[in-house]
Design a protein around this ligand. Structure first.
Ligand code: TXA
Ligand code: MG
Length: 350
């Protein structure tokens, strides 16, 4: 298949024409990679079973891991699910934006989209290209991250091209994604509580402005699910976001981390480090996460840096383990999975 690569230029008339063509591809059951504020999505109609099948095939994704359905307006959730007052309160505060809410699904959403489950994950993206495409196509849009299953999510259209060229109909290049990590996924528990199934830019504290109780699913923080525990969100159980390089997470104060890398790194290695540490690791490639303490910038760059490590054919990448809370929870959750949950603590026997 020939994959068309089209740029969003900022010229209103041209962009409207490009989006109209992409919407036509969606309506006839094809796949289009689109920018969102989080990561690039692989979009197909959420009303057509065949589109969902094509999405799983293009990604090489296990078909028991359900897709998120994207809508143009928060109130469009009514078309595909049964939203209640808590959904409306959360939507009023966080939509459009990087929040996905799991709701009981209506029959118009094929089982293939929800992997056979009776719930559907609903998200209303703020990216104007994504928004307009959903609006013009007239279809709710199923869109997982547009990477091949298992590797880091794409945050630029070039990343998508390298994963999906020849496998999908079209790629819309809307520039790099603002947030860089996928949306926060929550389940609603009754009238005023929710559980975070996947952390993202909408943090537990922010959700606490609307929900009386905010729980965090243990699988978000724990490196691996114990055998026999059924994951609440199927995406939790797979190895994810992983570069080909060996990613080694070091759980230590900053000075001990620097010492550990200096003493142990050899071969073709890289270090995920703040700009201030660019010169600290001679012989290694500095993969710069931005100014120290800038959690948003580090999130924006993480997947792109993991891909760059592979382009540079690094054998090993070292990274500091961030605290599993607040603004760094999403980064923590992605990086422990990218590392296959291997964490070293210098000083402890290895
Ligand atoms: O930011 C995002 O959410 C991006 C962009 C493209 O919108 N999409 C995305 O989709 O990350 P995907 O398919 O890569 O991840 C969807 C996650 C998975 O962890 C999946 O298990 C979970 O959402 N999920 C989907 N439907 C669910 C459901 N009905 N119940 C529980 N978890 C669900
Ligand atoms: Mg994904």
């Amino acid at each position: 298949m020939n994959t068309e690569y089209l740029k969003i230029t900022g010229d209103a008339a041209e962009d409207e024409h490009v989006i109209a063509r992409a919407a036509e591809v969606i309506r006839r059951g094809g796949l289009v990679a689109i920018p969102t504020e989080t990561v690039y999505g692989l979009a197909g109609s959420a009303l057509l079973e065949d589109s969902a099948k094509k999405i799983y095939a293009a990604k090489g994704r296990p078909s028991d891991n359900p897709l998120i359905v994207h809508i143009a307006l928060p109130e469009d959730a009514e078309r595909i699910a049964y939203p209640g007052p808590l959904y409306r309160a959360l939507a009023g505060r966080f939509m459009p934006g990087p929040l996905t809410v799991v709701l009981r699904k209506k029959a118009c959403i094929p089982d293939t989209v929800t992997a056979g489950g009776d719930t559907v994950a609903v998200r209303c993206p703020s990216n104007p290209v994504a928004h307009r495409l959903i609006e013009v196509s007239g279809h709710p849009i199923a869109a997982p991250s547009a990477n091949r299953s298992g590797i880091p999510s794409p945050t630029t259209a070039e990343h998508v091209l390298s994963d999906m060229n020849g496998r999908i109909d079209m790629i819309l290049d809307g520039g790099p994604c603002e947030i860089g990590l996928e949306s926060t996924v929550i389940r609603l528990d009754g009238d005023d509580a929710c559980t975070i199934l996947r952390p993202g830019a909408v943090t537990a504290d922010m959700l606490g402005e609307v929900c009386r109780t905010v729980r965090i699913s243990p699988a978000v923080i724990e490196p691996a699910l114990a055998d026999g525990i059924k994951p609440e969100s199927p995406g939790m159980k797979y190895r994810h976001y992983a570069p080909r390089a060996d990613l080694i997470l070091v759980d230590a104060p900053h000075d001990a981390f620097v010492r550990y890398v200096r003493e142990n790194a050899s071969g073709r290695f890289g270090v995920l480090s703040a700009n201030e540490d660019a010169g600290s690791f001679t012989g290694g490639m500095a993969l710069l996460t931005g100014p120290r303490g800038d959690a948003k910038e580090a999130a924006r760059r993480l997947f792109s840096l993991l891909r760059r490590a592979d382009e540079a054919e690094l054998e090993t990448v070292y990274a500091e383990l961030p605290p599993p809370d607040g603004e760094t929870l999403a980064y923590y959750n992605r990086i422990i999975r990218a590392a296959g949950c291997r964490i070293v603590k210098p000083g402890e026997s290895e």
